[in-house]
Structures are given as structure tokens and as C-alpha cells.
Ligand binder design. Structure first.
Ligand code: URA
Length: 265
């Protein structure tokens, strides 16, 4: 058994669709299961589905690909596309120590920083990216000048961009630096350069943009350029998000205050 032996043999067999948990236990006790060439009859033996060769009656079981879910803190200057004829740095380069083909959930502009999910779970990736399930995304935007309350209202009511009207956004000025505003903008759509275009349209172009939240997830503890795996509980919640319908945006003062404290790294 390899060093990463971390799941009970009968559970692995059941999950691989070989048999029910009970039937799997029976096969083990009957001596029909081998791990790395050795017959295993002890119930609860731990194995690594990725590294151990598991055979039943001499036939290896096929390994379902492990599903991987990562939360990356994207630096500016990396593209989310998987291929680039111009050879620019790619976000997938930042996770190439892992032996999986991972895809970004949605996209961020090359210059945008912050929270990006990566996974090899194609179904979840598709559903989370679909506007129907519109997950709330919050961006911290440093803009030129400080928008008036009236202009912020335009964003909150929904505005017309060249590719159509936007849904209402949640917007708040959380600070100022040398006469320029720092805003939190929450949207649940994912149109190309949407936040930049919205702010440009009200006359306050974005100088720096960072996604600080994706649904219930934030960047806590993840340094720029690094990533962490989502916990099982987070993955379950993410599946829940992907199954839900869009809820109307409303202000969440406490959360926003927390995002504000984190600020840019
Ligand atoms: N909105 C933008 O303008 N850019 C991003 O990268 C994400 C949202």
C-alpha cells in the first residue's frame, strides 16, 4: 500500500461501482481482492486509489479520476485560457505541480487578480459558469476619482452596456487613496470585462481589480500566486450553489467589512 493510503478498501470498491459496500466486504473476506499483488482479507485496509493496484479475481479495477478543486490567488499578468499562441503566462502553470488537467471556473482578465477556482470536475465547472446559477462574485476595484452616490446608483439599478443591460449590482465605496476611490462591487453575471466596463461607463476607469469573494469563498490564508484545495465541506456547498437559482443581490455589511479589512496584499 502506498504512503498516501487514505481510504478503506471496501469503500474504494463500492465507489468504483464494483459492488455494494456489503458485497465488497464479502469479496475481501473471501480472499478475492489483491492490493499490489497481495491478497488482502483484513477489513478496513487503507489504500490509495491513485497509487495502488487493486485487483478482483485477478482483474485490475479501473480508477475513476480523482476530482480536484482548488482555490487560487491569481496574480496579475496570467491568462485564464488554457492555450495561448502568444505564449503568455497561464494560470494553469501555477498548479503544474499537480498531475491533473484542471480548468478555471469562468475567467478573469489577464490584469485581474484574486480568487479563481480550478477543477477537473467538468460538470460543476459548466454549471458554476452558467449565468442561470449566477454565483455572487465580489471585486475590489481601485478606480480613478471617487464616484458620486448618484453614479453608484446607476450600477445598483442596472445599466446598459454595449452587449445589453446588466443586472443590478451591489456597490460600496470602502475607502479613498489620493483622491481615488476603492470600491466593492458584487455581481452575479460573468460577462467579458464587465466590472471594468461598468465603471468605465460611469466615468471612473479601473486602475486595479481584484476578486475577493466567490460565493461563500474568500482568499483568507492564500498568498498571491499560491493555492489551496477546497475542503470536502466547501465542495459540497459549491455543488449546492451550482444547483440553486439566482437569488437577488442584497447588502451584506459584515462580510463586506471583512473583505475591506483584507484589502490588497
Ligand atoms: N470583471 C472584469 O472587468 N474583469 C474581470 O476579470 C472580472 C470581472
Amino acid at each position: 500500500m502506498s504512503e498516501r493510503a487514505d481510504e478503506r478498501l471496501q469503500k474504494v470498491l463500492a465507489r468504483a461501482g464494483i459492488a455494494s459496500r456489503r458485497q465488497s466486504e464479502k469479496m475481501i473476506s473471501e480472499g478475492r481482492v489483491k492490493v499490489n499483488g497481495q491478497t488482502v482479507t483484513e477489513m478496513g485496509t487503507r489504500v490509495d486509489i491513485g497509487g495502488d493496484l487493486i485487483e478482483i479475481d485477478g482483474r485490475p479495477i479501473s480508477r475513476p479520476e480523482e476530482k480536484v478543486y482548488l482555490l487560487l490567488n491569481k496574480p496579475s499578468g496570467f491568462i485564464t485560457s488554457l492555450d495561448d499562441p502568444r505564449g503568455r503566462p497561464k494560470v494553469v502553470d501555477l498548479v503544474k505541480d499537480l498531475p491533473y488537467r484542471l480548468y478555471p471556473v469562468g475567467r478573469l482578465d489577464m490584469e485581474t487578480e484574486g480568487l479563481l477556482l480550478l477543477t477537473n470536475d467538468g460538470d460543476l465547472c459548466y454549471r458554476l459558469s452558467h449565468p442561470r446559477f449566477g454565483v455572487e462574485k465580489t471585486y475590489q476595484a481601485n478606480v480613478l476619482g471617487v464616484p458620486s452616490a448618484q453614479k453608484l446608483k446607476t450600477l445598483e439599478q442596472g445599466m446598459v452596456l454595449e452587449d445589453g443591460p446588466t443586472a443590478p449590482a451591489r456597490v460600496r465605496v470602502i475607502g479613498q487613496e489620493a483622491g481615488n476611490g476603492i470600491l466593492l462591487v458584487t455581481i452575479h453575471e460573468g460577462r467579458k470585462r464587465q466590472v471594468r466596463r461598468m465603471l468605465e461607463t460611469i466615468g471612473h476607469p479601473v486602475m486595479r481589480l481584484k476578486r475577493t469573494q466567490y460565493g461563500f469563498l474568500d482568499l483568507k490564508g492564500v498568498k498571491v500566486g499560491s493555492y489551496r484545495r477546497l475542503t470536502e465541506e466547501e465542495v459540497t456547498r459549491l455543488h449546492g450553489l451550482a444547483a440553486g437559482e439566482v437569488k437577488p443581490l442584497r447588502h451584506k455589511t459584515k462580510k463586506e467589512a471583512a473583505v475591506r479589512r483584507k484589502g490588497f496584499d
